[in-house]
Ligand binder design. Structure first.
Ligand SMILES: *Cc1c(COP(=O)(O)O)cnc(C)c1O
Length: 381
């Protein structure tokens, strides 16, 4: 099955009791047994719930995996991956990382004896030099947030395999439509379902997808033991959102490309970070491992003044000033004070998150209206 067909049908059967074509919201915590030891596949909703089951199967299909697991947030999904590790284990991670992941690694898991290295993951030799017998996980996010750098997933998979470590990829920015890390050699794909997968800014959820029975059993045991599961109503909303994922992503890509080119021609813009430009340092890798360049774009302003970034982000009307990304509506963000506020200024500036950097999540509005909105905002600075 091709992507659009999987989005609509994979894992989704008409309801066995009524024939309902839409997976019902099984708003129940427990299930009546026919007799001791005889159930209908469900016992208790932390362990498994039919609405969640359908979503997990659907997500597994979208990422070409065998097993999907969903969690109460993207952070809960990442936290679950970390629980595969033991004190003394080491993790190599990208340094241009989602702020919440950086906070989870450095303020929570570091206290449990896990050691983290943060690197651009651009230079394979530099990554290999960080590997030792304690290396158990390589954590990749690509495209990175917010600098839109592209990390070579296949190259990282080779390094991880040789090190006997797992490769996990946070695929939130690309969505399963644009990138399938399991096909490129990754062991675990993680999504903040909150973003493109659900796409309607009305659910917080996370997911892990794997294609390995042993690993899926370990992660399932953690999901059931630690219990960070989402409720059936949220699973229903995500199933509904996914039905248009392929259509939404096509338009995000089209609008994103138009806006990236528009920004590049603006006098007040210093640099536009978007992997679709041939001048992007890893454009060739993006072209190879992605099916499109998405709707996420960052840009910096000439003069690098905080005041200009504040003014610009306040002046846009269609681009709403808000955290998050990947929804149908366009958002504008200021990484230095928002998503990346928990990263020390010195560290964030090293990776390019300067005071004038602005991040756009280009939505599905009419492209002419979006450009007009940016145009009037530029006039105010
Ligand atoms: C939002 C996000 C997360 C965290 O997901 P939540 O659903 O907010 O917990 C992790 N990684 C990336 C890249 C994100 O954008």
């Amino acid at each position: 099955m091709k992507f659009g067909t999987k989005a609509l049908h994979a894992g989704i059967e008409p309801d066995p009791t009524t024939g309902a074509i839409m997976t019902p919201i099984y708003q129940t915590s427990t299930y009546v047994l026919e007799a001791v030891g005889m159930n209908k596949g469900y016992e208790y909703s932390r362990t498994l719930n039919p609405t969640r089951d359908a979503l997990q199967k659907n997500l597994a299909a979208l990422e070409n995996g065998s097993q999907g697991l969903v969690f109460g947030s993207g952070m809960a999904a990442i936290d679950t991956v970390m629980k595969l590790l033991k004190p003394g284990d080491e993790v190599i991670s990208t340094n241009d990382l989602y702020g919440g992941s950086y906070r989870l690694f450095t303020t929570v898991w570091q206290n449990y004896g896990i050691k983290f290295y943060f690197d651009s993951l651009m230079d394979k030799d530099a990554v290999r030099s960080l590997v030792n017998k304690n290396t158990k996980l390589i954590w990749v996010e690509t495209p990175t947030n917010p600098m839109m750098s592209i990390i070579d997933i296949k190259a990282m998979a080779t390094i991880a395999k040789n090190a006997g470590a797992l490769l996990a990829v946070d695929n939130t920015f690309a969505s399963p439509f644009l990138q399938n890390p399991l096909d490129l050699g990754a062991d675990i794909v993680m999504h903040s379902v909150t973003k493109y997968i659900n796409g309607h800014s009305d659910v917080v959820m996370g997911a892990l997808i794997v294609d390995n029975i042993e690993l899926s059993k370990r992660l399932y045991a953690l999901q059931n033991s630690c219990g960070a599961v989402p409720g059936p109503q949220d699973c229903f909303l995500v199933l509904r959102g996914i039905k248009t994922l392929h259509l939404r992503m096509e338009r995000h890509c089209e609008n994103g490309a138009e806006i990236a080119r528009y920004l590049k021609n603006q006098d007040k813009v210093d640099h536009v970070f978007w992997p679709g430009f041939e001048t992007h340092p890893n454009h060739h890798v993006a072209k190879e491992q992605m099916n499109g360049f998405g709707g996420m774009i960052s840009f910096s302003l000439k003069g690098n003044r905080l005041q200009d970034a504040k003014q610009f982000t306040a002046a846009t009307k269609l681009f709403a000033l808000a955290e998050s990304l990947g929804g149908v509506e366009s958002l504008i963000g200021h990484p230095a004070s928002m998503t990346h506020a928990s990263i020390p200024k010195e560290d964030r500036e090293k990776t390019g998150v300067v005071d004038s950097l602005i991040r756009l999540s280009v939505g599905l509005e009419n492209i002419e209206d979006l450009i007009q909105d940016l145009e009037q905002a530029f006039k105010t600075i």
